[in-house]
Design a protein around this ligand. Structure first.
Ligand SMILES: *Cc1c(COP(=O)(O)O)cnc(C)c1O
Length: 420
């Protein structure tokens, strides 16, 4: 495939080749990223990109959709088996689109929903003022527990969720986050929602793979709506999904996705989703997800040994959130991630609870283990990587340290190649 591009468009081919090299020679610790299998990649690059299939299986607006009906149905059946739910829409182009479709299906403009304080680990689509969800709906936010002397420091303040739900009577209560290292208590959310007549929407974009394999509790049957991406821990192509057990809600979601929000579905991506779901149904994917969690635990323990401070003190899932303020008050997330990138360690700056810096600067770093685990790394490598990260931070980005760490990173990358 790459050779074909090299002949027809050397400029783009060169960019793709350079990116391939970057992925091969750096350690990917961005918690929302992964390396897909060659089969997922091939399906995403297949001739299924050529077809218009507006509508749903058996109800298309164009002729010639027979094979596409089969592949979309296959993807839906696999999702249902994977997550144990009754209905799924596999057409959302992204997690953001899945969330927008649910909002469109369940709320009118101006309606109130409840979600986490965005700088405490929430997602843009959960009510940011610059996003449709915050512009057209009334977002009320619940906090984490900020008091470090409390045992549940850094976890969701469920009592506040209950208080705000009773006060504001939202239509929807959102749980599921982008930078939350702890287990989500879906039952608690469901009980709070039942008390105020709200529905619970669990956005499991980050933890979908863990949920599918039992490495994190499932939002079913407690939550009425579950949205996710397919490209994070689930290790599929970039895309979104909506799931429910309620037939009437499912019909509303289908209408909201098409014709409400999107046009023609990305059938090559839906085929790639089907391939990824089959991979996730294989028992080996359960081993993979358990290793992601074990690796995160090992990385967190190693970072704590290096003097790092982790929000909530550690992790239950695939990610951790480093608060730089206690150990390195002058170091911003932006600075730290730039130093680490120079050493070949790719992370992202992230806000931390009670953040005082801007989202472009931040006081935190988010780190996750899904991509490293895909490369076959285990606890000893996590220990080693924690040491490398600690050196860069403790030496405050000293150029000699960065050079030494970069050499260590390259050695690890050679030992653990990407899937191909
Ligand atoms: C990543 C993420 C999304 C959005 O996914 P995109 O595919 O980037 O639109 C939505 N919700 C949460 C919680 C996420 O982490």
């Amino acid at each position: 495939m790459d050779d074909v591009i090299a002949v027809s468009d050397p400029e783009v081919a060169q960019i793709i080749a350079a990116e391939q090299r970057r992925q091969e020679t750096t350690l990917e610790l961005i918690a929302s990223e992964n390396h897909v299998s060659p089969a997922v990649m091939a399906a995403a690059g297949s001739c299924l990109t050529n077809k218009y299939c507006e509508g749903y299986s058996g109800k298309r607006y164009y002729g010639g959709c027979g094979e596409y009906d089969k592949v979309e149905t296959l993807a839906i059946e696999r999702v249902k088996q994977l997550f144990g739910c009754g209905f799924a829409n596999v057409q959302p182009h992204s997690g953001a689109n899945a969330n927008a479709a649910v909002f469109m299906a369940l709320m009118e403009p101006g309606d109130t929903f409840l979600s986490v304080v965005l700088s405490d680990g929430g997602h843009l689509t959960h009510g940011s003022p610059v996003n449709m969800s915050g512009k057209w709906f009334n977002a009320v936010h619940y906090p984490l527990v900020y008091d470090e002397s409390r045992e549940d420091y850094g976890r969701i303040d469920y009592d506040e969720v209950a208080r705000l739900a009773a006060e504001h009577r939202p239509k929807l209560i959102l749980c599921g986050y982008s930078a939350y290292p702890r287990t989500i208590d879906f039952e608690r959310f469901a009980a709070i929602a039942a008390d105020c007549g709200a529905l619970v929407m669990a956005d499991i974009a980050h933890i979908a793979g863990l949920v599918a394999t039992g490495a994190h509790p499932s939002p079913f049957p407690q939550c009425q709506v579950v949205t996710t991406t397919t490209h994070k821990t689930l290790r599929g192509p970039r895309g979104g999904l909506i799931m429910t057990n309620d037939e009437a809600l499912a019909a509303k979601f289908d209408k909201a996705v098409f014709p409400g929000l999107q046009g023609g579905p990305l059938m090559h991506i839906i085929a790639a989703k089907a391939v990824a779901f089959a991979e996730a149904l294989d028992p080996s994917f359960g081993d993979y997800c358990r290793q992601i969690v074990d690796n995160a635990g090992a990385l967190a323990a190693g970072l704590l040994e290096q003097g790092c401070h982790l929000v909530s003190g550690g992790t239950d899932n695939h990610l951790m959130l480093m608060d730089l303020r206690p150990s390195w008050p002058e170091t911003t997330g932006k600075q730290a991630s730039a130093w680490l990138e120079a050493a070949g360690i790719i992370t992202n700056k992230n806000t931390v609870p009670r953040e005082e810096r801007s989202p472009f600067t931040t006081s935190g770093l988010r780190l996750g283990t899904p991509a490293l685990t895909t490369r076959g790394m285990k606890e000893p490598q996590m220990q080693q990587i924690a040491g490398l990260i600690g050196r860069v931070l403790n030496d405050q980005g000293c150029p000699e340290t960065i050079d030494t760490v970069r050499a260590g990173v390259l050695e690890l990358c050679q030992q653990f190649p990407m899937p191909h």
